[in-house]
Write a protein that binds this ligand. Structure first.
Ligand SMILES: [Zn+2]
Length: 141
């Protein structure tokens, strides 16, 4: 664990997004139907489904990113902590709680190298982990 290399990209987590249902404001799921390894998100087609009210719609050209609100968001002091889905949230928790972080040397495009400073600073670690727990609880509701 200590030597884990956090070389994931945000796009690795983008196939699935948990959002607020535009109809009932509960959790809804967006699945990107195109494989984002081969297609840019802004030209992709996705489908939103809400298990609470049955809302469902096909969204084209990445429009879910503009028109929908992420479900997993919480405020950490004056900043917003957000995650796309469970896996992304777990990744964040692993990264923030890892005492020795190894960033990939070959790339500065990775998710780890692009996290905002407030999120990774040692003095905020407790607060951020608390925020992550809050978001995890939201998933269980
Ligand atoms: Zn709904």
């Amino acid at each position: 664990m200590e030597n884990r290399i956090f070389n994931e990209f945000l796009s690795d987590f983008m196939q699935h997004n948990i959002v607020e249902c535009p109809n009932c404001h509960q959790r809804a799921d967006v699945r990107v139907l195109d494989d984002l390894k081969y297609k840019y998100v802004n030209t992709s087609t996705s489908k939103i489904t809400c298990l609470h009210c049955g809302y469902n719609k096909t969204l084209r050209n990445g429009s879910h990113f503009e028109s929908l609100t992420l479900f997993l968001t919480t405020t950490c002091s004056e900043n917003t902590l957000w995650a796309l889905n469970e896996t992304h949230l777990q990744w964040l928790e692993d990264y923030i709680s890892a005492s020795h972080r190894t960033r990939p040397l070959s790339s500065n495009q990775s998710l780890a190298s692009r996290l905002p400073q407030w999120l990774t600073s040692a003095k905020n670690r407790k607060m951020v982990l608390k925020g992550i727990q809050k978001l995890k609880a939201k998933l269980k509701d």
